[in-house]
Design a protein around this ligand. Structure first.
Ligand code: OXD
Ligand code: MN
Length: 571
C-alpha cells in the first residue's frame, strides 16, 4: 500500500479515522487468504462448509435480501444530471449524512481493504477499484467476482486511479457486544458520486448493495465514465455463437434482472452443429476499436446468479459450474448440500429453509429465497469463450434487448437501423421480478435494463447511445426479443431455455443476410422459424394496431419522464 499515491493512502487513512475499526487488513487476493477468510467464517458459524469441494452456505438477515433501489442515490452536483429515474441527493448533504452513519461504524470489527481490477488483466478497458469493507462475506465474494489484490495494486502503482468505495454493514460491536450471523442495519444507503467517482454503501451486506465492483462501479460509475470517454457500460451478457459452418459471431444482450440472462449466457444448444460460448452473464463494457468494430469485455470474473429455477433442464452448465468452489446465499440446506425451488420436481425431505428453520413442505413459503444466489468463478464455466480474457475483447455483431412481456411484444423483431435499435433499448419494459424490492408482476419501464444502474440522466444516456453511430463504424444489428408471451389461457407460448437457440440462429442468419423477413413499420419480423411450437405464428407476428398503440404509450412515457432532454428521434 505504501507504494500507492499519497491521495489514495490519505483517503484510506480518512476512512479508518471515520469508521474506527479495531484492525485493518490489506487483502492480497491470494487463494490462501480467501480460504483463511472462509475458515474464519466457518469457525464463527456464519458460513457452513458443504459436501462439495470449496462450497459454502450463507444465509442473510431477512431484512437484507435484495438490492435496495429506494435507498440508492446518485449524488451529482446538479439534480438534472442524475435525471428523473434516479434518486438524487446533493453531494454535500449526502456526505454529511454519510459522515454521521459511518462515524465509528466499524468499532469492534476489522476493516478489510480490497484492491480489485474489473476486466481481464491484459485488456486496456479494464479499470481498478478499492473497496474498503467490514464484511468478510464481501471479501470472499469479491475474490470470486473481481480480480482482487496484487493484480490490481500493481496497476495502481503504475498510476491507474482507483474508484474508491467504502462499505459497512453498519453494525458496530461496542462494549464487547457479540456479533450476529448476518450483521446489517435497518437504515441503508448506497450513494454514488459520479463527479468524484466514489461509492459509499451502508447498512446492507447483500449482493449488488455490497459487492461494489458490480452494479455500483461496473454500471453506475462506469456508465458515467463511458459517457465522458465515449464508450458503453451495459447491463448485458456476452456470448459467442458458432454456426454449423464454423462461422462465429458475438452478441451482447440486455434483459432486466432475473429474466434469464444467466441461462442464455450458458445456453447449451441442442440445435445440431451450433455452439454457444459464454464471455459474461451480466455486464459488458464496449468500445469501438480503430477498425470500426465494437469490442466488448466482461468486467467481472464470476457469476452472481439467481439460484431458484436453475436446474439440469434449464441450465445444465450452471449446475456444472456450481458443483465446486461456489458460495451459496439464501438457498435451502439439504443436509450438507443445497436445494432450491426448481432444482428438482420433488422437494426433498428435511430441508432447512433460507431463514434457518425447518421447511414446511406443505406451507406457502418457499424453502429458498426467490433472490437466493450462487457466487461462482467464471473460469468454472464449461462453455467459457476462449476469447474471454483477450487483450482486445470480442467483436459484437448483434445486440439483443429483451423484456418479460405477457402480450404485444413478438418473439423477435429486428431494427431497421441503429436509431430504431436504440429506441428498442429505450422502450424496454418488463414485469417486475424478485431481484429488487417491490411487487412481482407489475409492469415497469426499464430502458436498456439500466433503470436501476444508469449513473446519470437516462435521457442523456439515450443520446449517448445514438451518438455511437459514426461514419466508418460497423454498427451491430439490434434485435428485440420476448420469451414470455402468454396465450389466452395464461400459458407461455414459447418454451424458452434451450429453444432460444432457434431465435439466436435466426438473428445470426439475419446478420449474414440469409433469412426471409417481413417488413413492418416497426422493424423486420421472421417469415418463419423452423421449430415445432404450438401457436408459434401468434408470437412471430405483431398486431400492428396494438403495437402502434403501445408505441404511443411509450412515447408519452418518454415525454412525461424526460421532457425536452429526450432525443427528438424518440418522440
Ligand atoms: C443482478 C441484478 O444481481 O441485475 O445481476 O439484480
Ligand atoms: Mn444484473
Amino acid at each position: 500500500m505504501n507504494e500507492l499515491k499519497a491521495e489514495i493512502q490519505d483517503k484510506i487513512a480518512s476512512y479508518i479515522k471515520l469508521c474506527k475499526p479495531d484492525h485493518v487488513v490489506i487483502c492480497n487476493g491470494s487463494r490462501e487468504e480467501y480460504q483463511g477468510f472462509l475458515d474464519q467464517m466457518e469457525k464463527a458459524g456464519t458460513a457452513k462448509k458443504l459436501k462439495n469441494k470449496g462450497c459454502y452456505y450463507f444465509h442473510s438477515d431477512p431484512k437484507d435480501v435484495a438490492r435496495v433501489e429506494s435507498c440508492t442515490f446518485i449524488c451529482s452536483k446538479k439534480k438534472e444530471d442524475a435525471g428523473p429515474t434516479n434518486n438524487h441527493e446533493d453531494p454535500e448533504v449526502m456526505k454529511k449524512r454519510l459522515m454521521g452513519l459511518f462515524s465509528g461504524c466499524m468499532q469492534g470489527r476489522t476493516m478489510y481493504v480490497v484492491p480489485y481490477l474489473m476486466g481481464p488483466e491484459k485488456n486496456k478497458m479494464s479499470k481498478v477499484g478499492i473497496e474498503v469493507t467490514d464484511s468478510l462475506y464481501v471479501c470472499v465474494n469479491m475474490y470470486i467476482m473481481a480480480r482482487m489484490g496484487t493484480v490490481a495494486l500493481d496497476r495502481m502503482k503504475e498510476g491507474r486511479v482507483p474508484v474508491m468505495g467504502l462499505h459497512s454493514v453498519g453494525m458496530p460491536l461496542v462494549d464487547g457486544a457479540a456479533d450476529v450471523h448476518w450483521p446489517c442495519n435497518q437504515e441503508k444507503v448506497i450513494a454514488h458520486f459520479p463527479e468524484t467517482k466514489e461509492i459509499f454503501s451502508f447498512g446492507s451486506g447483500y449482493g449488488g448493495n455490497a459487492l461494489l465492483g458490480k452494479k455500483c462501479f461496473a454500471l453506475r460509475i462506469a456508465s458515467t465514465m463511458a459517457k465522458e470517454e465515449g464508450w458503453l457500460a451495459e447491463h448485458m451478457l456476452i456470448i459467442g455463437v458458432t454456426n454449423p459452418q464454423g462461422k462465429k459471431k458475438y452478441f451482447a444482450a440486455a434483459f432486466p434482472s432475473a429474466c434469464g440472462k444467466t441461462n442464455l449466457a450458458m445456453l447449451k444448444p441442442e440445435l445440431p452443429g451450433w455452439k454457444v460460448e459464454c464471455v459474461g452473464d451480466d455486464i459488458a463494457w464496449m468500445k469501438f476499436g480503430d477498425d470500426g468494430r465494437l469490442y466488448a469485455i466482461n468486467p467481472e470474473n464470476g457469476f452472481f446468479g439467481v439460484a431458484p429455477g436453475t436446474s439440469e433442464k434449464t441450465n445444465p452448465y450452471a449446475m456444472e459450474i456450481i458443483a465446486e468452489d461456489t458460495l451459496f446465499t439464501n438457498v435451502a440446506l439439504n443436509g450438507d448440500d443445497v436445494w432450491w425451488e426448481g432444482m428438482s420436481e420433488e422437494v426433498p425431505e428435511g430441508l432447512i429453509n433460507w431463514k434457518g428453520e425447518k421447511h414446511d413442505k406443505n406451507g406457502d413459503s418457499p424453502a429458498s429465497h426467490p433472490n437466493a444466489r450462487f457466487t461462482a468463478p467464471l473460469s468454472r464455466c464449461p462453455n467459457i469463450d476462449p476469447n474471454t480474457y483477450s487483450e482486445r475483447g470480442v467483436p459484437i455483431e448483434g445486440i439483443i434487448f429483451g423484456g418479460r412481456r405477457a402480450s404485444v411484444a413478438p418473439l423477435v423483431i429486428e431494427a431497421k437501423d441503429w436509431t430504431m435499435g436504440t429506441y428498442y433499448g429505450a422502450s424496454l419494459c418488463s414485469e417486475k421480478t424478485a431481484a429488487a424490492e417491490g411487487t412481482a408482476g407489475e409492469l415497469r419501464h426499464d430502458p436498456f435494463a439500466m433503470l436501476p444502474f444508469c449513473g446519470y440522466n437516462m435521457a442523456d444516456y439515450f443520446s449517448h447511445w445514438l451518438s455511437m453511430e459514426k461514419q466508418g463504424r460497423k454498427m451491430p444489428k439490434i434485435f428485440s426479443v420476448n420469451w414470455f408471451r402468454k396465450d389466452k389461457d395464461g400459458k407461455f407460448i414459447w418454451p424458452g431455455y434451450l429453444e432460444n437457440m432457434h431465435v439466436i440462429a435466426w438473428m445470426f442468419a439475419s446478420i449474414e443476410g440469409t433469412v426471409d423477413q417481413v417488413e413492418t413499420p416497426f422493424g423486420f419480423l421472421p417469415k418463419d422459424i423452423p421449430v415445432d411450437v404450438k401457436n408459434l405464428k401468434e408470437i412471430l407476428a405483431i398486431d400492428e394496431k396494438e403495437y402502434a398503440l403501445e408505441q404511443a404509450k411509450i412515447k408519452a412515457y418518454f415525454k412525461e419522464t424526460f421532457g425536452d432532454r429526450c432525443p427528438k428521434a424518440f418522440l
